[in-house]
Design a protein around this ligand. Sequence first.
Ligand code: NAI
Length: 216
Amino acid sequence: MEHKEISKAVISRLPRYYRYLGELLELGVERISSNELSSKMKVTASQIRQDLNNFGGFGQQGYGYNVKYLHSEIAKILGIDHNHNMIIIGAGNLGQAIANYSAFEKRGFIIKGIFDVNPRLEGLTVRGVEIRMIDELPEFIKENDIEIAALTIPKAKAKEVAAIVVDAGVKAIWNFAHTDLVVPKDVIVENVHLSESLMRLSYNLSRLENTDKKEK
Ligand code: NAI
């Protein structure tokens, strides 16, 4: 399918559409109108139509959307209609928590290996995946066709490790270290900062508290 340039805002809503449609599929719902989807997702119906029109619509006047079809088309757009081999670098609290979360695998993100520098962790397994030492990294990436590396290491180490994985052929970095990485143009970096999400929560909480005070 050919796609025109899609805005970041639309892309950021697609995983949510995918999740809701998945829930509908589990409930045996075969089709849904944009109005029904709108009331479930708290997004306006016109927003939904507009978003999905970016990809050719998928809907039919008077019928609505075929849930299974839309779900699978969004999966294709998100690139989760096929598996991605992934590694985690940094087998500490966060790295192990990610490795322990089996739902990523259901979405096609297959954790092939976990890497660390701490020899005490060598050979231990997390959900059946072995923790290896960092010197094995470049060869492992090449031999196992690794596309994605999650960085759950101290920020002081992130740049150096990012350079190693990029040299070895990794195409995407899921970066949890609190530092901005500079990578070649054909490598994707997705930064995840839970603390930023928490700060947004705090901002909204403060606004709510201020509104409450004014109303009293
Ligand atoms: P941790 O100290 O439990 O684990 C870090 C692991 O990285 C350790 O096992 C350590 O031996 C390993 N390590 C250090 N240098 C390495 C290298 N060069 N190569 C491979 N492994 C190496 O720390 P935790 O709590 O798991 O946090 C990990 C990172 O994630 C930190 O940078 C932290 O700031 C960040 N973090 C980010 C969050 C986010 O939302 N972005 C949330 C929580 C933590």
